[in-house]
Design a protein around this ligand. Structure first.
Ligand SMILES: Cc1cc2nc3c(=O)[nH]c(=O)nc-3n(C[C@H](O)[C@H](O)[C@H](O)COP(=O)(O)OP(=O)(O)OC[C@H]3O[C@@H](n4cnc5c(N)ncnc54)[C@H](O)[C@@H]3O)c2cc1C
Length: 441
């Protein structure tokens, strides 16, 4: 790759989205620079875990990185003795992505920059991207593949000090897990979704045998995968435009064909259904149906569901519907006031550590990502109408910016189902074609 002048494409974020886009561009002979300063280049947050207990939550046969090559990962998994209907370890998927990145890199079309992008501006018809440490690069096109944003700060834990782990993916979380495993003390997990599941598995694998309390407003936890008879539907059979009617249809269909078949039959139509709801209906869906939808739609491997069940049965894991009223740091950890859903009074419990497992930030305007912040402040990008991601058009181009694309979770306001590999790979393939068209125009 020539390094003088502007590179054709700068991709910020070396997780799945950025990596597979760079690989697509390399296949079409377009040079790109892939920028990621987290030490997770080619893996991103989801696939950086080294723990064998952390499994994919999509069957191997659904995890190909390449659009149009559905068996790409399944064959790789089978070659290692895996079952295509099974759930591979996430660290194996990380090795698969590393191979894809290595191939793209050795083609000479992808340059890797292990640093953080801290600002961006349009100058003389190019993107000027400032990097941590004071350097900058120029690019004709810019792609934001910065992934999910760190979870929101929780007000109840404002004075909880270091015993409250704000980022469940950071090194503090790993140290806290190791300390809990040694001491056997109790842990509080705030949030009961996929992040909670990961933390519970990490604690269990580390040898923690103390109590874990997981709390969320409704106390819903992800359901397990199981085999079922598919029951596909045509888009025209599904009510469009009203969230309530859609959910009623889903309930009736679940009774007829089973909830897994009913939910999965919506997959091919989910982006269309989401876009058929107006702002008010989308907000209603987020407020009332999202927790229910998430636990049924984003299911966990059966062996993971069994582990949770076993731990609940042994009294080591309790899942509570309720909320944290306050948390105060003590010499031994945290004194936490909890109120069960429907209860009039709160109860106090002691924990050595509490973890924020509430999942990604839902309000992009609150992002701490320096590049995103700078682009938002300068008006190059705008929050979408719900504020959960960036406003993008049907080709994932960011509204307000020239030769600017966004990929993955940042675009969920437009697509909703755009957080998992099967959806992002299609988006990356289309964006690569669109970028090639624009650059060659
Ligand atoms: C724990 C977990 C498990 C999952 N399991 C599955 C699964 O089994 N199957 C499935 O299909 N999906 C799964 N997903 C969902 C999905 O695969 C990921 O959300 C997806 O990989 C998103 O990738 P991404 O590249 O958009 O974001 P990320 O993986 O978050 O990568 C973004 C990268 O950008 C970097 N970055 C951010 N800002 C900057 C900046 N300013 N400068 C430089 N670098 C920056 C970050 O450090 C990060 O490395 C899982 C998600 C999580 C969190």
């Amino acid at each position: 790759m020539k390094s003088d002048g502007a590179v054709p494409v700068a991709i910020v974020g070396g997780g799945f989205s950025g990596t597979i886009l760079a690989a697509h561009l390399a296949r079409t002979g377009i040079d790109s620079v892939l920028i990621d300063g987290s030490g997770r280049m080619g893996r991103g947050v989801a696939y950086s875990t080294t723990e064998p207990a952390h499994l994919l939550n999509v069957r191997a046969e659904g995890m190909s990185a390449w659009s149009g090559e559905p068996d790409h990962f399944a064959k790789r998994f089978e070659a290692e003795g895996g079952d295509r209907r099974g759930f591979a370890q996430r660290r194996l998927f990380a090795r698969y992505l590393a191979e894809i990145l290595e191939q793209a890199h050795s083609s000479g079309h992808v340059q890797l920059l292990e640093t953080t992008a801290v600002g961006g501006a349009r100058e003389d018809g190019e993107w000027l991207i400032e990097l941590a440490g004071g350097n900058s690069i120029r690019a004709k096109a810019l792609v934001l593949a910065v992934g999910n944003q760190e979870p929101e700060a929780l007000r109840a834990f404002a004075s909880a000090g270091d015993r409250f782990i704000r980022n469940p993916w950071g090194s503090e979380a790993r140290s806290a897990v190791a300390e809990l495993a040694r001491s056997g003390d109790s842990a509080l997990l705030v949030g009961t979704g996929l992040t909670m599941v990961d933390l519970v598995l990490s604690l269990d694998s580390a040898g923690h045998r103390g109590k874990i309390l997981a709390v969320s407003r409704r106390g819903l936890i992800p359901r397990g995968h199981a085999d079922f008879q598919p029951a596909p539907v045509e888009a025209a059979e599904v009510p469009q435009g009203r969230a309530r009617e859609l959910l009623r249809w889903l309930r009736e269909r679940s009774a007829a064909v089973g909830w897994r078949a009913a939910i999965d039959s919506l997959r091919p139509h989910s982006q269309l259904l989401w876009q058929g709801l107006d702002d008010d209906q989308q907000r209603r869906f987020l407020r009332h149906a999202r927790p229910w939808w998430d636990v049924h739609r984003h299911r966990i491997a059966p062996e993971v569901a069994d582990t949770l069940k076993r731990m609940i049965g042994e009294g080591r894991l309790e899942v509570m519907a309720g909320r944290v009223v306050s948390a105060t740091e003590t010499d031994a950890g945290l004194e936490v006031e909890l109120r069960r859903r429907g209860a009039r009074q709160s109860q106090s419990q002691a924990f050595a550590y509490a973890f924020n497992c509430t999942g990604p930030l839902h309000s992009v305007g609150l992002t701490k990502d320096p590049l995103l912040r700078s682009l938002l402040d300068a008006g190059y990008v705008h929050p979408d109408r719900l504020g959960i991601g960036l406003e993008v058009d049907e080709r994932s181009r960011a509204a307000g910016g020239e030769l600017l694309w966004a990929l993955g979770p940042l675009t969920k306001g437009r697509y909703w189902e755009i957080i998992a590999v099967p959806d992002i790979r299609e988006q990356a393939a289309s964006a690569a074609e669109d970028i090639a068209r624009e650059l060659n125009a």
